[in-house]
Design a protein around this ligand. Structure first.
Ligand code: GDP
Length: 438
């Protein structure tokens, strides 16, 4: 899906606009400064066209950090969105911070929509037109809270938004898209350099391979791959506060453009909450997943010294990563090159599963056998039954079960486990939806 990002200073009404576009209250307006949200990407729809909406405003810094924070927001938006909405508080007018954002936004050739917010009635429209002098083209006067002008704004955006994401355009027959993600210092850029080679830039000059300068087309295992947002891997967030938020913003935006994610973990340290949050972002995005346990050389070194890091790691994997036990795991060292040849087979396995389609006949044969062997437990004297099922989609595999009554979560997990036992689906999340007929 094409990606639209919203940037702007704190309190100009970014969240209110997100709510208005989504037509629901989900992206609650956060009044507390410093609030962090993991969720920054939403599926939106307007006039039957779907797009992803990225809210860059999840972390609102104190006055001193504002310039830096909007600069980071803008950077992510410029790198990873197909169109950018820049929100200004028209009742305040353009501030020095706004001018700073304008300078950044002028550098991109992606469409930028200047939004003059808080124009609650026509009397205030002159305030909006004063923003012409920012040099970003026509200001769009809106009231995010009341909805005024938002329909016109969306029409204008969709008219300029590409049908598919700039990167996705190369999808058909083109290289598959991989995001290398993970918390800082786990070895992402080392892996990139070792696996793809420091000289890989040359590949980018092949005509028509890639347009987005943050992505690179590289050769791995004799095949071409698009690595999305490699700029984000090299560029570090030099900001103590909010660094997590900007990293997760970048991760979410990169996942939007990827088909499969390599989550890099550092085995020399305990698996952390941040690692798990990153894996959860992959699950939420529905992308295929490969887990790369990096710095394995340090684990071997620890073994030699009689340490027990290996045993600890095994326990952490069992406890914290049980929900992604289906993801291929490779134990690598970006430093020594150990087992890097396993990366491409793991990616291929995960993508094959992500694309896999089970014919409806086979799927229903599986369902009837499963139901005959293990019927759903009785609930209030009734027994929910699965009448019929079909795979409604791929990428990731999505199934629909037509049932008489809701299936218990435990039973749904059981169905999912059996599906994996029979068909593998190694490396992909599976979605199971239900349609209940009473
Ligand atoms: P990034 O922030 O995830 O991109 O991490 P870097 O690639 O910059 O690596 C962080 C640090 O870990 C650097 O000092 C690397 O030299 C080191 N490092 C990366 N991979 C390995 C590895 O496989 N083994 C060891 N021992 N160190 C590594």
């Amino acid at each position: 899906l094409p990606v639209v990002a919203i940037v702007g200073r704190p309190n100009v009404g970014k969240s209110a606009l997100v709510n208005r576009i989504l037509g629901r209250r989900e992206a609650v307006v956060e009044d507390t400064p410093g609030v962090t949200r993991d969720r920054v990407t939403y599926k939106a729809e307007w006039n039957d066209r779907r797009f992803s909406l990225v809210d860059t405003g999840g972390w609102e810094p104190d006055a001193k950090g504002i310039d830096k924070s909007v600069a980071l927001q803008s950077e992510v938006a410029i790198d990873l969105a197909d169109a950018i909405i820049f929100v200004v508080d028209a009742m305040v007018g353009a501030t020095a911070t706004d001018e700073h954002v304008v300078k950044l936004l002028r550098k991109t050739d992606k469409p930028v929509f200047l939004v003059a917010n808080k124009i609650d009635d026509a009397r205030h429209e002159p305030e909006a037109y004063a923003l012409w002098n920012l040099g970003l083209g026509e200001p769009h006067p809106i009231s995010a809270i009341h909805g005024r002008g938002v329909a016109d704004l969306l029409d204008a955006i969709l008219a300029k938004l590409p049908e598919v994401s700039a990167v996705a355009k190369h999808e058909i027959g083109g290289p598959r898209r991989v995001a290398i993600i993970g918390r800082p210092n786990v070895g992402k850029s080392s892996l990139l350099n070792k696996a793809a080679g420091e000289e890989r830039v040359v590949v980018n000059e092949l005509a028509g391979t890639t347009r987005d300068p943050v992505d690179e087309v590289v050769e791995l295992g004799g095949k071409m791959w698009t690595l999305v947002d490699t700029a984000g891997i090299r560029r570090r967030v030099h900001m103590q506060q909010g660094a997590d938020f900007y990293a997760s913003l970048r991760t979410s935006a990169a996942l939007e453009k990827a088909e499969v994610a390599i989550v890099v973990l550092d085995v020399s340290q305990p698996i952390s909450e941040q690692d798990i949050r990153i894996i959860d972002l992959v699950l939420e995005s529905g992308r295929a997943l490969v887990l790369a346990f990096n710095k394995w050389d340090e684990l071997l070194e620890d073994d030699r010294k009689g340490g027990d890091r290996r045993r600890m790691l095994e326990r952490e994997i069992e406890q914290d990563l049980a929900h992604v036990a289906w993801a291929p795991r490779i134990n690598i060292s970006a430093k020594t090159g150990r087992h890097l040849e396993k990366l491409v087979p793991a990616l291929e396995t995960a993508l094959e599963s992500w694309d896999q389609r089970i014919p409806t006949g086979k799927f229903n044969a599986f369902l009837s056998e499963l139901v005959a062997e293990h019927p759903h437990p009785l609930r209030g004297g009734k027994q929910p039954r699965i009448l019929f099922g079909t795979q409604a989609g791929t990428r990731p595999p999505t199934f629909v079960l037509f049932t008489t009554g809701f299936l218990d979560p435990g039973y749904r997990r059981f169905v999912q486990r059996r599906l994996r036992e029979l068909w593998g689906f190694e490396g992909t999340p599976i979605v199971i939806n239900m349609r209940v007929r009473e």
